[in-house]
Design a binder for this molecule. Structure first.
Ligand SMILES: C[S@@+](CC[C@H](N)C(=O)[O-])C[C@H]1O[C@@H](n2cnc3c(N)ncnc32)[C@H](O)[C@@H]1O
Length: 329
């Protein structure tokens, strides 16, 4: 006997992802998950109804040999093939089934604009709905984060980034390792690339904002002209071109220890302003943006500022996120 869950039974059960009793909010997301992960394999196999279903019995073949009336006549052979029958009895999925399906999802906060999961993002990403990902993954260069060891083997690092290849992603990283560990293994190329340039004593003075499966719209961002007194600039401004279109950002500083937005003891924090710029490049108000390497939760602040919904996934720094976003429970 195999069990195929119905989308939903009559009973009110707790949400499998956050265990809230009022589940209505989640029906759409949840049905989507059931459809692709549980129901689809059966419907693809030709089983239309959803419910408890009995394994079809193998085809049976009956052969009847009829004796001829006269010996001179040939024997008649009748073959009957009985098709297998599938009986399906719809039933409601039980609470324990739901919990086991979603047991890996640990939603630690949810309101209408923000959801936070304390998870490895790979256990969650294909069970949730969002429009874009904007994220700053670990660079695998032995950075010292609070609770994360940035020191994976090459294959582990490729595996870490791999699931992102099918989504619309804006990724903050350096282009060379991204080509090696993400583009080549997944046979994917960037749709566009912007440079975030900053003053620093470190070996590099820029990072890349690399977009996959989505083309950013330059018109949505722009920088102030450097020399507003230049005749040509005066003319451009008069023509309504108030800001300079650009593929690099030079007006966003690295977060220093003395920066107002600095979160104590966290390396490699991304400025809210950079998140905002990337959000504007690809999304519109009301969209949902996921940061699957949530870190200190900066994307949530940028999303709030720009009226976007946000989902954060972070396995190691939930306390930092809650503190930064002033979430009490
Ligand atoms: C570069 S940091 C992100 C910092 C973030 N941009 C900020 O400004 O706060 C990368 C984060 O990814 C998290 N991380 C590592 N592996 C992860 C995984 N498998 N799933 C989700 N997050 C992961 C780490 O704990 C770390 O906080």
């Amino acid at each position: 006997m195999k069990y195929v869950p119905t989308y939903w039974g009559g009973d009110k059960l707790a949400c499998p992802s956050c265990y809230e009793e009022d589940y209505d909010d989640h029906v759409e997301m949840y049905n989507e998950y059931l459809k692709t992960h549980i129901v689809q394999p059966f419907t693809e196999a030709g089983i239309k109804c959803i419910g408890e279903y009995e394994q079809p019995k193998p085809k049976t073949i009956k052969i009847k040999i009829k004796k001829p009336a006269k010996k001179s006549e040939p024997k008649k052979i009748k073959i009957k093939i009985k098709k297998p029958t599938i009986s399906v009895k719809p039933f409601a999925i039980s609470h324990s089934n739901l919990i086991s399906i979603h047991s890996k999802m640990n939603c630690v906060f949810k309101n209408k604009d923000l959801t936070i999961y304390e998870n490895d993002y790979r256990d969650v990403i294909d069970k949730i709905k969002f429009d874009y990902i904007i994220t700053d993954p670990p660079y695998n260069i032995k950075y010292k984060y609070n609770n994360y060891k940035d020191d994976l083997s090459e294959t582990e690092y490729i595996d870490l980034l791999k699931p992102l290849a099918k989504y619309k992603v804006g990724m903050i990283h350096h282009i060379a390792p991204v080509i090696k560990y993400f583009c080549i293994p997944n046979k994917i190329s960037p749709a566009d690339n912007y440079a975030w340039c900053y003053n620093s004593n470190l070996g590099r003075q820029h990072r890349d904002c690399i977009f996959f499966n989505v083309k950013p719209n330059k018109k949505n961002v722009g920088m102030d002209y450097i020399n507003k007194n230049d005749k040509r600039i005066i003319k451009r401004i008069a023509e309504g071109k108030q800001r300079q279109m650009t593929t690099f950002f030079t007006d966003i500083n690295l977060i220093k220890n003395i920066s107002e937005e600095k979160v104590k003891n966290f390396t490699n924090q991304i400025p809210i302003k950079l998140y905002e710029r990337m959000i504007k490049l690809i999304s519109k108000e009301g969209d949902t943006i996921l940061d699957c390497f949530g870190g200190t939760g900066g994307l949530a602040i940028a999303c709030k500022n720009l009226n976007r919904k946000c989902i954060l996934i972070e396995p190691n720094h939930i306390d930092i996120i809650k503190q930064r976003l002033k979430i009490s429970k």
